[in-house]
Write a protein that binds this ligand. Structure first.
Ligand code: GAR
Length: 211
């Protein structure tokens, strides 16, 4: 698990494991920020945590080499980025092909990068949401695993939209990890196929569409 801040997505994954909705183990939290609240969450749940600060390494490559080494030492099967605010280095990507996931607070490919929610409000879209995707070398460009949509209202601000989207982030991230852990994600070029999927496992619209 890699996180830079608050760590509410990290918490949603901890909760899914504790509630037995997800069969997985979190082996390590790595953070690049000493004041990340995610560290408190790791302590509370007895999860090993490491602070790896880019400024302590002479290059970006060295920074990612260190992260890769620590993850490989613990033999992790999946690297989960939960609000990790950096573009992932090639060393890490090459070491974990199709085994790094990220969550982004917009419906990619719209509004990649920072402040996806603010970008959506300012652009004036009527629907936004969140996306779980595998990570490649681009910024939020990897194959999409799952998306969830929410309405955007005319009086929304970055904060109100973020709050609405975050609720869905907390649902789809553990869900995408569950599909991975069950060996049900198959990457074919840009497209991620979900084996034996139910309609609800592809996407989520909130409030639900009437049938
Ligand atoms: C989440 O909204 C996540 O989607 C976003 O940062 C927030 C982290 O919250 N990530 C990005 O914008 C990545 N480009 P959290 O620390 O409470 O999980």
């Amino acid at each position: 698990m890699l996180a830079s801040g608050r760590g509410s997505n990290f918490q949603s994954i901890i909760d899914a494991i504790n509630n037995k909705n997800l069969k997985a183990q979190i082996l390590l939290l790595i953070t690049d920020n000493p004041s990340a609240y995610a560290i408190e969450r790791a302590k509370k749940h007895d999860i090993e945590h490491l602070l790896i600060r880019p400024k302590e390494y002479s290059s970006r490559d060295d920074f990612y080499r260190k992260i890769t080494e620590e993850l490989q030492k613990r033999d992790v099967g999946l690297v989960v980025l939960a609000g990790f605010m950096r573009i992932v280095g090639k060393t890490l990507i090459d070491a974990f092909p199709d085994k790094i996931m990220n969550i982004h607070p917009a419906l990619l490919p719209s509004f990649p990068g920072l402040h996806g929610q603010k970008q959506a409000v300012e652009y004036g879209v009527k629907i936004s949401g969140c996306t779980v995707h595998f990570v490649d070398e681009g910024m939020d460009t990897g194959p999409i695993i799952m998306q969830a949509a929410v309405p955007v209202y005319h009086d929304d601000t970055e904060d109100t939209l973020s709050e609405r989207i975050l609720k869905l982030e907390h649902k789809i991230y553990p869900e995408a990890i569950r599909l991975f852990s069950e060996g049900r994600l198959e990457v074919q070029g840009r497209v991620v196929k979900i084996k034996d999927s139910l309609p609800s496992e592809n996407s989520l619209v909130n409030p639900p569409l009437e049938t």
